[in-house]
Design a protein around this ligand. Sequence first.
Ligand code: CP
Ligand code: NVA
Length: 320
Amino acid sequence: MSLSAPAVITPHLLRATDLGRDGILELLAEAAELRAALQADPRAGLERLAGRSLVMLFEKPSLRTRVSFEIGIGKLGGQAVHLDHRTERLGVRESIGDYARNLERWTDVVVARVFEHRTLEELARTSRVPVVNALSDRFHPCQALADLLTLADHGRAPGECTIAYVGEGNNVCHSLMESVAIVGGRFLAVTPPSFRPDPGIERECRRLAEASGAEIVCSDEVSAIAGADAIYTDTWFSMGDSADPAGVRDKRRVLEPYRVDAELMRIAGPQALFMHCLPAHRGEEVLDEVIDGPASVVFDQAENRMHAQNALLVRLLRDR
Ligand code: CP
Ligand code: NVA
């Protein structure tokens, strides 16, 4: 394809809002169908993406995202190539646009984990193949899709449940909040005032919630989690956060009352699931008594990364 060809409208997934309500719900249904087919016969998906490929590049470490995309596309008959950008960020050796225009000549999808969300925006702006956010400083949409699928598996239908996110209002929190704002239900961000979700993203979520009927609540009161269907937490120190020792000490002190322990789960109530995107920092944001306890669905979430992403890849490549 020449560079002067008419622009194609490329669907990207940089954040949950790129999918919309129907997009999310269809994707969850397709993920469950694909999962059932693969569970019945591990070779059942091999024709779905035969001959297709994805490039995944990581400026930060990963276990779940890398393995679930790589094994996932393999189960659909395609192949993945991994590019390690942990020592050299995108845009250093060549421009992001030139990088994207090379990749699109070989691959059908680009999956990228980056420090700065604007790197993804630039990749998406310059790429003729879909770009998927595998985590940025602002969003982690693939995680949120797997989380909604996990909630549905445990009888908490999307649009009808209350997720209480406890801790720092970070990238994982933002994508969950957006997802609930789009599909409906209640989302509580229970954080210290100094670690609330980004106010701009919160505003957008409130606007989305007007259409979906969702309820978005930001509070610093742990008691707000009573009755929630799921208690969700994430690390207090995301990849790329400042390691300044005084700042780290202060942050730990401020976040300590938001640690998920047996007492916090008691406040939530016996119906509450425990969720975490992983990796967990046991003893910090969550204690073993919770993450290893009967309410924990963290490894279901990890497994569902693959199923949700498989559905996403099929959808992105269906008409291309
Ligand atoms: N949850 C998640 O994205 O895990 P990784 O950082 O291991 O990919
Ligand atoms: N908030 C964490 C999520 C890791 C999957 C981070 O950005 O490091």
